[in-house]
Design a binder for this molecule. Structure first.
Ligand SMILES: NC(=O)C1=CN([C@@H]2O[C@H](COP(=O)(O)OP(=O)(O)OC[C@H]3O[C@@H](n4cnc5c(N)ncnc54)[C@H](OP(=O)(O)O)[C@@H]3O)[C@@H](O)[C@H]2O)[C@@H](O)CC1
Ligand SMILES: Nc1ncnc2c1ncn2[C@@H]1O[C@H](COP(=O)(O)OP(=O)(O)O)[C@@H](O)[C@H]1O
Ligand SMILES: [K+]
Length: 505
């Protein structure tokens, strides 16, 4: 699903006008879209529509003017200091006035919200929000948020910035958002997604080819993407057809990470998986899963030694994909292992401690393609010159910085809304939930991405599919068990249901 910026939507609006599609017509279609959603959701009840002076309010006025007879009751609360700004909104305002549907919100606007309504429709501000919300709008928004009714936002919850999801002063907390043409980044980024909840996109008569010609600011991964990317399995195939993977990691303190990553790789369809671990860990590898093969890396005491890189280097060429970082530990010896992986030019996924090592290997990373790097926000600070707060504040900007600096690498910036970035393209995954907020979830993700590269996807599409399947599985698993209790390796065990759902759904 694509997301467009406010400026891109305004351009489409302009182009429509130049081709004789009037804003009155587009607004009428927007109203039809809202009406259809309300009918399908059984919301044809007593409805209060709050309208501002812009075209967002115009959509609300059009809904009242065109469809009021279908509802039990409709009232429009017009909250603005001036008459509607556009000719189209004025047109529907007049119709509402003629049909006695209008209430003018003055100082007592909040009182009207305390009347008996079943649904409140928020048409105060949409993509035209240009500054922080102040009075009287802030009080209206607070009153809406206090009310127990179902709240449906037109286009965007008022107060949410369309392009980045930030709250401009205060914002409506909607139960449902009906948006037009395409969704907006603000529906999906933090904190906008908490305010938008369910987002439904409606066509309003702008030709599809015009919309497809616009370069989207962001894609939100949907089921169709996963189905399209899922590697095909052939009957005329063998284990070598689906990728030979090598995982390099594990340490005395973190034995499990590399095992969980390997399990995710095998359970998502890779052909063979070998784990290179410190010698002392090698016996535990087949005990975890007998399907694993293993390499014991030379160690000194209980950690890998300087000799490990030399020992592994000539063996790398036997594999198709390497994943590393998972529980590898932070040492010069491990940095050497990451260095030989980068030097090998082989397809690879670098996670966790591997990313810690990358801060000493920035020049080598610059030279690399066929690589996916999967930092969480703290690890992202090892790769670009931004603080954790700056990265959280504007993850899209952080992703832009990464892609400028490392032009051929794929980034997976992990958070509750992971962002996948490669060159100009940005994808976001919105299915995940707090079942994944547990040490080990990132290792599962790393194994998934490596597995999909092994099965023939390029690193960028493997990252999209890996993040998508990871979060989609977390979404399915909490329908069967409580999110608190889900273990990361259980995500791997549950993959079979996700794949079946995608293959048969
Ligand atoms: N192609 C499409 O997608 C179509 C989209 N459509 C709909 O149009 C909507 C966009 O309409 P829009 O451009 O008129 O902007 P909108 O959001 O109504 O707000 C602008 C008004 O708010 C004001 N204002 C801003 N910030 C403020 C603040 N903090 N506090 C107070 N006031 C503030 C601003 O005032 P100004 O900044 O000019 O002083 C102006 O008066 C879009 O979301 C969708 O619902 C369809 O109808 C047709 C096709
Ligand atoms: N609240 C959440 N909602 C959705 N996804 C989450 C949430 N918390 C964590 N995740 C996902 O779980 C994974 C955590 O990875 P990471 O932080 O590297 O942990 P670890 O390395 O300990 O496994 C990431 O893929 C992240 O996107
Ligand atoms: K709105």
């Amino acid at each position: 699903m694509i997301c467009l910026l406010a400026a891109q939507l305004h351009q489409l609006d302009q182009r429509s006008m130049m081709h004789g599609i009037s804003t009155i017509e587009l607004m009428g279609n927007a109203a039809k879209g809202i009406y259809e959603v309300m009918r399908d959701k059984h919301l044809m009840k007593r409805v209060m529509i709050i309208c501002g002076a812009g075209n967002n309010g115009g959509d609300g006025l059009a809904l009242a003017a065109l469809y009021h007879e279908s509802f039990e009751q409709v009232r429009v609360l017009y909250v603005a200091k001036q008459a509607p700004i556009s000719e189209a909104a004025r047109y529907y305002y007049k119709l509402c006035e003629n049909q006695n549907l209008l209430i003018h919100g003055g100082a007592d606007v909040v009182r009207h919200l305390q009347q008996d309504y079943d649904v409140i429709i928020d048409g105060l501000f949409g993509i035209g929000l240009s500054r922080d919300v102040d009075e009287p709008y802030a009080s209206v928004i607070e009153a809406v948020n206090r009310s127990p009714q179902t709240i449906l936002a037109i286009d965007l919850p008022s107060g949410i910035n369309s392009d980045d999801g930030k709250v401009k002063g205060s914002a409506v907390k909607a139960d449902l958002t009906v948006t037009f043409v395409a969704s907006k980044p603000g529906h999906w980024l933090y904190p906008g997604y908490l305010y938008s909840k369910e987002v439904l996109v409606k066509e309003i008569g702008i030709p599809r080819s015009w919309i497809e010609a616009v370069c989207p600011a962001l894609h939100v991964i949907d089921e169709a993407d996963l189905k399209k990317l899922l590697p095909i399995r052939h009957s005329h195939s063998h284990k070598g057809s689906y990728g030979k993977l090598l995982g390099i990691g594990g340490s005395q303190e973190m034995t499990g990470a590399i095992l969980m990553a390997g399990e995710a790789a095998i359970r998502s369809g890779c052909g063979m998986c070998t784990l290179a671990v410190p010698e002392h860990m090698q016996p535990s590898v087949p005990l975890y899963l007998p399907e694993f093969m293993s390499i014991g890396l030379p160690q000194e005491g209980m950690t890998i030694s300087k000799a490990a890189a030399q020992y592994l280097q000539p063996r790398l060429a036997a594999y198709d994909v390497i994943f590393c970082g998972c529980g590898g530990g932070r040492s010069d010896s491990y940095t050497d292992l990451v260095r030989i992986v980068l030097d090998s030019k082989m397809a690879c996924v670098i996670d966790g401690d591997g990313i810690y090592a990358l801060q000493y290997l920035r020049e080598e990373l610059l030279m690399r393609d066929q690589i996916v790097v999967t930092p969480h926000v703290k690890e992202m600070t090892y790769l670009i010159d931004q603080s954790i707060d700056e990265i959280i504040e504007d993850p899209l900007h952080a992703a832009d910085c990464f892609c400028e600096r490392y032009p051929n690498a794929v980034l997976v910036l992990k958070s509750e809304r992971p962002l996948i970035a490669y060159k100009q393209e940005r994808y976001l995954c919105a299915w995940g939930n707090h079942a994944l907020a547990k040490g080990g979830s990132g290792d599962v993700l790393c194994g998934l991405i490596a597995s999909f590269i092994g099965q023939g996807l390029d690193p960028f599409h493997a990252a999209i599919l890996g993040c998508g399947i990871h979060a989609y599985t977390a979404h399915l698993i909490i329908q069967d068990c409580n999110a608190r209790s889900v273990l990361p390796h259980e995500i791997s065990a549950y993959l079979k249901y996700s794949f079946t759902s995608l293959e048969t759904g």
